[in-house]
Design a protein around this ligand. Sequence first.
Ligand SMILES: [Zn+2]
Length: 292
Amino acid sequence: MQLPEDVLREQAHSDDLRTVPFETLASLASSSRLRSSADCSLCNAQSGAILDQGDLLGGKTLTVLETANDQGIELRQYTSTDHDEDMDTVPPMDAITVMERISKVEQYLLEEASDHYPPTADGLRGWVTIRKHKRVGRHGFQQVRLQSSEPPWLERERHWRQHNGGSRPARLEVAATAETTVGEFRGGVTALLDPSSPRALEVVLFFRPSCSGWLHQVPGDQRWGMAQAIREVTGALRLELSLRGYPEAYTWVLHAGQNEELFVRLFVSHRVSREGGHESWVRALKDHLGLS
Ligand SMILES: [Zn+2]
């Protein structure tokens, strides 16, 4: 029997995602449309159920249920309860806290997924996609999506590897020059320009030595390094977009999976002009990062 929505919402409301039964989450998300289209749904208490809360130096980071359907379940990791804060503005420790929450959500979804999701490894079901679409004025969140079929980006990366004879980071590393190197960060993270991208700027952040697996499977100090690298590089990118008169908008996508090399692709939209060339963006980012 389907429980009433207020009972489900009460069950789902939690400070710790791990105490929420997966089935509650699935039935709640599929039975509710809680978003308001105009104002910020989170600030107006119109978001989906809050499943997890973590303390930041200022405010909290929240895991919120967004939607569920036959293809999957989407959660949002809101960076901060403060509408104007995001991964590119919070203090370094808070960026780490948010990344740890994202990792926890990924682990929960893969480990707790029902048998609607096919087994993909020992004790894991389904596939998780983690990405961020930074948009002007929108309350900042990272999207964490559990899917019941293999996401197309995994297939595209496999194809890319076969076509290029190596992983994306490995190929960029071989061809790297001072003009394509944004910088090196804590935790062994390197950020390199992808000159083959049709966009004005695309940067790949990866580990050396490389590591593979889902986000929750890599050592903590590597997640912390990636959190800080994302914070610093997106902060610099946001500043440069603003200086060039563009909306402070960008996307990053985490590439991770069973036996997959873990890396992040960060890019601006196709609407940003390529005038000045890729290298002018790299020089500007280095300037803002104090790495030139
Ligand atoms: Zn808001």
